[in-house]
Design a binder for this molecule. Structure first.
Ligand code: BT5
Length: 272
């Protein structure tokens, strides 16, 4: 991959600024500096390697060279309508997750699904993670940086590193090699498609339809610890319009869970 090839692949898409980096700390941090410099909507930074890739809440995302896709997209005024309640902002994480999910489904016909709120799973293995970061001027949402990491070849799977979920890579399931640039273009096309529907019910319906562990029992955890006890156990019922996860608890009550510092795991994995 290089700058010229990247630009050539993206030539049919309505891109803002475009940058390819051989190596960077975090593409999200690079994009954050771009926002301050006045980057256009749909500006994109792609890196072959990240040395300080970020997950949520200070967690790390490992991007090893030549083996993965790591990019950040700047969405200015991300919603189709101007004034949007803050409750809609979590939909941007859903936008990234749904776009990766539907791109992989269309291109490779694989059973990929979304472990709420920001992980993509194939066969119970995390192959991708999403990190959406909002930028504000006072009360005004100026941009959202949508960071996406996808493990492509098996070399992308972090070794000797304590992972909070089993990791996988796309090529372990496709049975053929995956062209990173073609996949990037497919994901961007899906982002364009779903972004136009971000405020519609069809968006939540599609996100919900692709949820992993739907109707299954999961444990909900707070924080980073590996041996924590779940704060709730419940059956995944679906999503609220604000993107919160609806759980049916054992006592028959319903609970809405907000992303924050929450992690979920299927209950049968808790027993292992
Ligand atoms: C995420 O956080 O999954 C969000 C990952 C977002 C990465 C993209 S890459 C482009 C952009 N630039 C950035 O700096 N970040 C974004 P979270 O749900 O908190 O999961 C993080 C956890 O995933 C870590 O604590 C590890 O356990 C695990 N992990 C790290 N690297 C992984 C990998 N390559 N594959 C699978 N799991 C990984």
């Amino acid at each position: 991959m290089d700058q010229e090839t990247l630009e050539r692949f993206l030539s049919d898409l309505p891109m803002g600024w475009v940058k390819y980096l051989e190596t960077v700390g975090s593409t999200n941090n690079f994009a954050s500096r771009w926002v301050k410099e006045g980057a256009l909507d749909f500006s994109l930074v792609v890196a072959n390697e990240q040395t300080a890739g970020k997950g949520r809440l200070g967690r790390k995302w490992v991007t090893l060279p030549d083996s993965a896709l790591a990019f950040s997209l700047i969405l200015k005024n991300p919603f189709p309508e101007q004034s949007v309640p803050n409750a809609f902002i979590p939909r941007i994480t859903g936008l990234g997750a749904l776009a990766v999910c539907t791109a992989i489904q269309k291109d490779y016909q694989l059973p990929v699904n979304i472990k709420w709120s920001n992980d993509l799973l194939i066969d119970g293995h995390k192959i991708s993670g999403i990190l959406a970061e909002a930028r504000w001027r006072g009360d005004e949402l100026t941009a959202i940086i949508l960071g996406i990491g996808i493990n492509i070849t098996s070399d992308s799977i972090p070794q000797g590193y304590s992972l909070n979920y089993p990791a996988g890579a796309l090529e372990q399931y496709t049975g053929c090699s995956v062209d990173r640039l073609q996949l990037l273009v497919s994901v961007l096309r899906e982002i364009i498609h779903w972004r136009a529907l971000l405020q519609e019910n069809v968006f939540i319906d599609a996100w919900e339809r692709n949820l992993a562990y739907k109707n299954e029992w999961v444990g909900v955890f707070q924080g980073n610890g590996h041996n924590d006890v779940p704060i709730y156990e419940g059956r995944i019922l679906g999503l609220n319009p604000d993107g919160a996860l609806r759980l049916g608890l054992r006592d028959g009550k319903e609970k809405s869970v907000y992303a924050g510092d929450i992690r979920i795991r299927p209950v049968d994995m808790l027993l292992k």
